[in-house]
Ligand binder design. Structure first.
Ligand code: SAH
Length: 237
């Protein structure tokens, strides 16, 4: 395989180091487990995934991929952490999730091999870990079928997101390991929308994800200052 260029190997190493704990709901991955039902419902509120071809980019240990497969989708999960993919494959075997396959390939390389192949493309909590997020968004657009759906999530860049996503989550609440996120890699919704626009994707929904540490509850609303979800559609051909 060619060495993919749009990858930060230190980022991949961070996730690989923790990969064995991916399915431990009390581990560093607790937040991903906690938000998964919310993001799955949000995706399904826009498009039925049953019997659809779904691609999950930066799938890690497969929390979202597997839940999409359990919702009836045929899922391909891709990532560049071999260890995370190994965990994802083992877990799918353990729970008997048959309609999910995992592959070590970058979004850009898969877009060359399988353009316009997917009804739904998800890329969640991943864009803030790559050197060139616009290139991943462009690959998402190329991988989707005309009229297909793309679901992205990442973290906004401002004082509030710095205080909540880095100081709060990593240093005060210890929800995430220190160094999980780098402020400079956070992406403003306006920046992400510009990448999407350049790639021919049309905005369908933008929502903010919120967490109350006292109740441990997550919810979606219109405020996008910290974590946010963006749904888009590729123009029909
Ligand atoms: N999307 C999953 C996992 C998020 S963690 C979820 O939300 O449940 C971020 C993942 O992105 C990790 O598994 C990491 O290995 C992966 N990643 C980081 N850079 C990547 C790249 N350039 N290409 C593919 N995957 C990448």
């Amino acid at each position: 395989m060619n060495t993919p260029s749009n990858v930060d190997s230190a980022e991949i190493e961070k996730f690989s180091q923790l990969a064995h704990r991916w399915w431990d709901k009390d581990s560093e991955f607790k937040p991903l487990h906690a938000i998964n039902p919310i993001r799955l419902d949000w995706i399904k509120s826009h498009v039925s995934v049953s019997d659809r071809e779904v691609l999950d980019i930066g799938c890690g240990g497969g929390i979202l991929s597997e839940s999409l497969a359990q919702s009836g989708a045929r899922v391909t999960g891709i990532d560049l952490s071999i260890k995370a993919l190994r965990v994802a494959k083992l877990h799918a075997l353990e729970v008997g999730a048959k309609s999910v396959a995992y592959e070590e390939i970058s979004a850009e390389d898969l877009a060359l091999k399988r353009p316009e192949s997917f009804d739904v493309v998800t890329c969640m909590e991943m864009l803030e870990h790559v050197p060139n997020p616009a290139s991943v968004v462009e690959a998402c657009a190329r991988l989707a079928k005309p009229g297909g759906w793309i679901f992205l999530s990442t973290i906004n860049r401002n004082l509030q997101s710095f205080l909540m996503a880095i100081v709060g989550a990593e240093y005060i609440l210890n929800m995430l390991p220190k160094g999980t996120h780098e402020y400079a890699k956070f992406i403003r919704p306006s920046e992400l929308l510009a990448f999407c626009n350049d790639a021919g994707l049309v905005e369908a929904d933008l929502k903010g994800l919120h967490f109350n540490p006292l109740t441990q509850r997550y919810w979606l609303d219109q405020k996008t200052q910290v974590n946010y979800f963006l749904a888009l559609q590729k123009r029909p051909s």
